[in-house]
Structures are given as C-alpha cells and as structure tokens.
Design a protein around this ligand. Structure first.
Ligand code: BTN
Length: 318
C-alpha cells in the first residue's frame, strides 16, 4: 500500500487530498494517514496541509525496493530486490537465494557489509549508506568456461552505467575493475554454482564507491563524489547498471559475446600497456596485447613469448 501511495505522490506535481488517495486505493483516510506516517519513518519528506492534502517533498537516499523498482523498466534485472540494512556479504545472501531457486535477475543489496569480499581473497570496504554493494543472480545457458566473458559483460555494463548516471568516465582494468586516473572506483566479483559442463547459476557482485569520502576508502581508490565533486543518487546509478546489464545480457544471449568483447577493448585501460600479472603460476611482466575471444588477456612477456592469462592480478606498470 505504501508503494502505491508513493507512486501517486510522485506522479502528482501538486497536493493530493487524503480523500482522493483513499478513494483510489479503497482505504480509509485514517488508514492513509497511518501509511503516510510509516513512509515518513522510512525517510520520505511528506507535508500534510489542511484542506489541500499531501505532497511529497523528497525521497530518502535509501536502497528501498520501492525506489529501485520505480521507473526501472527492466524485464528481468531487479524485478525482485532483497534490500538489507547490513549483511556479512550480499554474495552469501544471493548464493543462498540462488540455491533456493530464486529467479534470474534477483538482486540482493545492502546499505553496508561487515565482510564484503573482493577478488583474490581481498576484502571490500563497505561503509554504511555511501556506496552500492549488490549481487545479481544470473542463470545463463553457458559452459563454466565461458563465464569469464560474462564477467567482462558486467564490467562493460557497469562502466557505461556509471558514465551515463554520473558523468564519471572510467576505464576497465582487466578483467573487471573500473579505474579513474589509475584509482579504483568499482569492482566486480563473480562466483558460480555449476556442474562440470553446465552453469546452474552465477552470482555477480558489484561494489561501487559512490558517495564515499577519502577517509573511508582503501589506498589507490576513488569514488564518484571525489571524481565529480558532487554526490550522486545511488538508486539512479543502480537502476542504470541494471538496465545496461539487461541490455548487454539479452544481446549476448541471442548473438554471442562478440559485441561485448569489442566494447570491452574500446573501454580498456589495459590493452597496449605494460603490465605485471601474478597468479598461482607466478609473475610475468610484459605488454598486454589483446583480449582473446574467450576473455583471456594476451601478453607478450619481456622474454618474447606470447602468454594467455584467464585470471590473476594485473598491475599496470607503464
Ligand atoms: C573486486 O574488485 O575485487 C571485486 C569487489 C566486489 C565487491 C562487491 S560489493 C557487493 C558484493 N558483495 C561482496 O562481498 N562483494 C561484492
């Protein structure tokens, strides 16, 4: 009911009488008053003027499902949103839902994480109410070997969405970090539940430093606010990520990953650079030459050999 009241108030550019709302929603005026009180407790600034009615002045900067779903316009991504104040990691929560059969596109989002995690066993600093920390459940018809390309797709969607919603132009460091002037703005973590030849579901976790101040960021990181000088509406950024993700995902499902890989190369901060890449096999230095068709990074090592890496930690050294 609160969702419907908010929709009414958002659509109206003047006061809406309690009587009008109560008639449209078939709820008593006392009932409407109670719901308005609850909405105020959620942080909506709603004025009530005798003889005129109610008017919405502002919405809270909170990751509420009703705000996320409003004018989202996607078919799959974000149609179901599980919103939390605090969780250990949205990855764990999404994985649990994935095992229970949650639909593709289900989003788990939190205002803060106590054990946010990143790639390669790192942690992801998740201060309350500042960034976006969310995981999306996907059920692609893919062989597990093709999942790296899905991760690149998510990086492209994220890069485009951040630019469109905030104006901050980031570049993608292989495989899926967003950097601005060499500082990390956002990262993606992909975890999967699979049989040897079939993916059951994938959980893609997005961490975006949105309104995070320098004091709350780890070294070599940045945020949308620090780059643009303005705070950004987190819900708008999230909605744009979900829209772009859906567009690229549907396209790749029907036409394959070629367009994704081409776009990734266009937005890359890695190709053409000198890099040092470390994985369990050791460390190699050389020039990042290209993105392979399976999403791997092709490097010409300083010893002159061509190497393809499917995972690892890249440091750009030139
Ligand atoms: C990385 O750059 O290493 C990936 C960072 C991914 C962080 C996000 S925040 C939401 C989701 N929950 C987590 O615990 N991690 C991902």
């Amino acid at each position: 009911m609160q969702d419907q009241i908010i929709q009414f108030l958002k659509k109206s550019d003047s006061y809406l009488s309690g009587e009008e709302i109560s008639r449209s929603l078939n709820v008593s005026r006392a009932g409407i008053w109670k719901y308005i009180q609850e909405l105020r407790e959620d942080g909506y600034d709603i004025v009530a003027v005798p003889h005129l009615g109610y008017r919405l002045l502002s919405c809270p900067d909170k990751l509420l499902p009703r705000e996320i779903g409003y004018v989202l316009g996607t078919k799959v991504m974000g149609r179901h949103v599980h919103s939390h104040d605090a969780v250990s990691s949205t990855m764990d929560e999404a994985f649990r839902l994935g095992l229970q059969g949650a639909e593709e596109g289900t989003v788990v989002i939190a205002e803060s994480q106590t054990k946010g995690r990143g790639r390669l066993g790192r942690s992801w600093v998740s201060p309350k109410g500042k960034g976006l920390y969310f995981s999306v459940i996907l059920r692609p018809r893919l062989n597990p070997m093709d999942v790296p390309k899905l991760t690149l797709l998510c990086a492209v969607a994220l890069r485009e969405a951040v630019a469109a919603s905030t104006g901050v132009q980031a570049a993608i460091k292989w495989p899926n970090d967003l950097l601005v002037n060499g500082r990390k703005l956002a990262g993606i973590l992909t975890e999967l539940n699979a049989e040897v030849e079939r993916v059951k579901f994938v959980v893609v976790g997005f961490g975006i430093n949105v309104n995070t101040s320098a004091a709350h960021l780890p070294p070599h990181s940045t945020s949308v606010t620090l780059e643009s000088g303005q705070s950004a509406a987190r819900v708008a950024v999230l909605q744009e990520v979900l829209r772009r993700l859906e567009r690229w995902y549907f396209q790749a499902s029907s036409e394959g990953f070629e367009a994704v890989l081409n776009k990734w190369k266009e937005l890359s901060a890695t190709i053409g650079r000198r890099v040092r890449i470390s994985d369990s096999g050791g460390t190699v230095e050389g020039e990042a030459l290209d993105l392979a068709s399976d999403g791997g990074l092709v490097i010409r090592s300083d010893a002159g050999t061509l190497i393809k890496k499917m995972s690892g930690d890249v440091v750009q050294i030139g």
